[in-house]
Design a protein. Structure first.
Lengths: 478, 280
């Protein structure tokens, strides 16, 4: 059940009405309804993997209670390690087993050693990377005494499998989401309307921007050898917009949906393409994953407090693992590696590392130098995204080699003028809302009601006219 | 809460009217024919109803369309090649239009990838390419019985001509279909394709033209699969002479010549070969 389908709209309407009209008498009823509907939502993808989700939830729930009960550190540590081993084993088996085996076979073949370890016919359970990280953060936070376990299994299960965030995040923390699940929730008109606005903006991003970008990026990326360097460069730029609109669009729908139920999820994007440097970009892109790695990996490894070289090592580790988290393919590892390399100059020269994040605050338009910095950051990200989109390393290399030619200075063969015009309008609205949790939060709120309605209807018409046969969100594969 | 529901209801009630109005605008101005996924089919339908000087007609799938583009005008060959998803039924309807427009045919070329004949007229793509374009009062009486039976398997068939559906790329959810493509797996020819080719043969006898079935280039990695396809329906449907040279004429090319395993990178490189060798 994709977020941008009529099926989901129907499902959401039914759950919403039941939640506020039937189950509103008690918190327990509301949470039970959320859990049942979340499991139903997950079953629509593949009911067979529901048992895996349940098993993972149950294990972390029980281990969380065990850690809390244990007084001595060694006992607590044992249960923590057990949880980490189980969670990562599940993730590695389903997501990385075949990758490790085939990489090992290739290595042995290169060394002229016969090794024919067979791969398994495994399907990647949707959302496993996300709910595994939910469970891990819960157990680690209990171990670190940052939170207490919830003895109510339903509350904990809702935290892990709340349907808006179940398949592609944001990756929530027990310290943030669990207290909201435990607390009574009252309907708030303002929040609900704001949630709908965010859903509308998310749908616009996904259907009007991302899906339309994908038409061109697929043509160009599927066959880089036949296009000129300028077309390939344009393909990289289009893909950069596609992935942002796709993933942030999904996140907007997830956050808006959760808000309809009185729940606030973590912000996952904060206008990353307006960042003036890469440090700023990584504070604004997939924030819930970056902060997860920061809190549970980077800081325990010493963070940036133990000298520059340790900082570089730690940065390299989290980006390599972050890349690998995205998928079992060397292209993602290289994507992570290059991103880490990008950050080394700012670590070495401590440039803007601790800079506050406001992007050209209170300015209507950026200055020329700010615009140049934003464009430079965007282009660096767009170029490294070629690895993210490529099927394998040789594909990415042929793409790059196609760009390193004289033809890069010719006119592109494909010129999607209308698409770039729409992207331009999209960027203007995103720019106006860059300091808000989502672009439409305050957009046009001071305008006359009729004008506002015309704006919303225009977005809906654009969505209606841009509809293509359904395309999965890119991050569903992770 | 009730105010929220009321406001949402008012907001939403306008939407269907708005959508319908826009769809009607696109329908009556005909603009949708350029913007929808099946635009190539609308183009060939319009071309099939035009009077041409050329006496050679080419029908084909999307690879055939690459080799002989349906947006170009040629003095000698009229190309109505469009997409495999319209099936042989769609190809027959185009041929019928072409004849009814007063055109004379010397030779009809059927230029198809070997996997295009598997079309079983019940896949999801048929909704977009066949139902929206041909499931009208104009064409329904011409449908073969076997085709109509297959179309019965397609869900939401009855709303395919609704302006909101016809003028957009909406298709029913894929879980409602047996498959995306709707093909007879390892058979070379589906029964519906065979029936439609025989129907074209009847027209060829009536209007005195010959039919030449030609293969488009195929990726080398598909060679074994294609040669292993079950061809029993060719003989069973009395089409042996029509497909006599078909398999012999297939050009197998390396992967680098294709965009996606089917479509050619540089179709213009092969066009001359087809004209001078295969289409003689």
């Amino acid at each position: 059940m994709l977020f941008d389908t009529l099926g989901f709209a129907f499902f959401l309407s039914v759950v919403f009405l039941l939640y506020w009209f039937v189950a509103n008498k008690s918190l327990s009823n509301q949470n039970t309804l959320l859990l049942v509907s979340s499991y139903f939502f997950y079953s629509c993808w593949d009911w067979k993997f529901l048992s895996l989700l349940l098993l993972s939830t149950l294990i972390d729930y029980l281990i969380g209670l065990k850690i809390h009960k244990k007084e001595n550190n060694s006992g607590r540590k044992f249960w923590l390690v057990l949880s980490i081993v189980i969670n990562l084993s599940l993730l590695c088996t389903f997501k990385y087993y075949n990758f490790f085996i085939s990489s090992f076979n290739e290595l042995m073949t290169a060394l002229k050693i016969q090794a024919n370890l067979s791969t398994l016919n495994l399907i990647l359970p949707i959302g496993i990377s996300f709910y595994t990280f939910h469970g891990l953060s819960y157990v680690i936070d209990i171990y670190n005494r940052k939170t207490e376990p919830d003895s109510n299994f339903i509350n904990y299960a809702v935290f892990v499998s709340f349907f808006p965030l179940l398949v592609a995040g944001p990756i929530e923390r027990a310290t943030h989401l669990l207290p909201q699940i435990q607390k009574e929730r009252k309907f708030d008109y303002g929040k609900a309307v704001d949630g709908l606005r965010q859903i509308l903006w998310g749908l616009f991003k996904k259907i009007v921007i991302s899906n339309q970008c994908s038409i061109y990026s697929n043509i160009i990326f599927n066959n880089p050898s036949i296009f000129s360097g300028s077309t390939l460069l344009m393909g990289a730029v289009i893909f950069a917009f596609q992935i942002y609109a796709d993933f942030s669009g999904y996140t907007d729908i997830a956050l808006g949906t959760a808000r309809l139920f009185g729940i606030e999820l973590l912000q996952n994007f904060s206008s990353p393409y307006f960042s003036r440097n890469l440090t700023q970009f990584w504070r604004r892109w997939h924030i819930s994953l970056s902060s997860w790695f920061r809190d549970y990996l980077y800081i325990p490894l010493g963070g940036s407090k133990k000298g520059k070289w340790i900082t570089i090592r730690n940065t390299m580790i989290i980006f390599l693992i972050g890349g690998f988290w995205h998928g079992a393919n060397w292209t993602f590892v290289i994507w992570g590696f290059i991103n880490a390399i990008y950050l080394i100059p700012s670590i070495l020269f401590q440039k803007e590392t601790f800079e506050k994040d406001k992007i050209t605050k209170l300015k209507v338009i950026p200055s020329l130098s700010e615009f140049f910095q934003m464009s430079r950051t965007f282009m660096l990200i767009a170029l490294v995204c070629i690895f993210f989109r490529s099927q394998d390393i040789s594909h990415a290399i042929s793409y790059f080699s196609g760009m390193l030619s004289k033809s890069t200075f010719t006119l592109p063969a494909i010129r999607p003028v209308l698409l770039f015009f729409v992207i331009g309008l999209f960027l203007i609205i995103e720019w106006k809302g860059r300091d808000q949790t989502h672009a439409l939060k305050n957009f046009a709120l001071k305008s006359h009601k009729v004008l506002r309605l015309i704006f919303y209807y225009s977005l809906i018409i654009a969505i209606f006219l841009s509809r293509t046969p359904e395309q999965k969100f890119i991050y569903f594969q992770f | 809460m009730r105010v929220f529901i009321k406001n949402i209801f008012i907001f939403l009630i306008i939407l269907p009217l708005l959508f319908y109005g826009i769809s009607l605008y696109f329908l009556y101005t005909g603009k949708y024919k350029e913007t929808v996924e099946g635009s190539v089919v609308y183009n060939v339908i319009a071309r099939s109803k035009t009077k041409w000087k050329a006496r050679k007609l080419l029908l084909g799938d999307s690879v055939g369309e690459q080799l002989f583009p349906c947006y170009q005008n040629d003095e000698t060959i009229v190309s109505l090649a469009s997409n495999e998803s319209i099936g042989m039924m769609g190809q027959y309807l185009l041929l019928n239009n072409f004849i009814n427009a007063g055109n004379t045919i010397d030779t009809l070329y059927l230029l198809f990838n070997p996997l295009s004949f598997q079309n079983n007229m019940d896949g999801r793509k048929k909704y977009q390419f066949f139902l929206k374009t041909f499931y009208t009062d104009e064409y329904k009486p011409l449908f073969l019985k076997s085709v109509s039976n297959q179309l019965e398997k397609i869900p939401y068939k009855s709303i395919c001509q609704n302006p909101c559906v016809k003028t957009t790329d909406w298709v029913p959810y894929k879980g409602l279909f047996n498959s995306e493509e709707g093909k007879t797996s390892e058979m070379f020819l589906s029964q519906v394709s065979a029936d439609c080719i025989n129907k074209m043969k009847q027209l060829s006898i009536l209007h005195n033209f010959k039919i030449l079935v030609l293969p488009s280039p195929v990726i080398l990695s598909n060679k074994q699969r294609i040669l292993a396809l079950d061809r029993s329906l060719i003989e069973k449907n009395d089409l042996t002479s029509d497909f006599k040279n078909y398999f012999k004429d297939i050009i197998f090319l390396e992967k680098g010549n294709f965009m996606d395993g089917y479509h050619l990178n540089k179709p213009e490189d092969y066009r001359e070969f087809y004209i001078s060798h295969l289409m003689k």
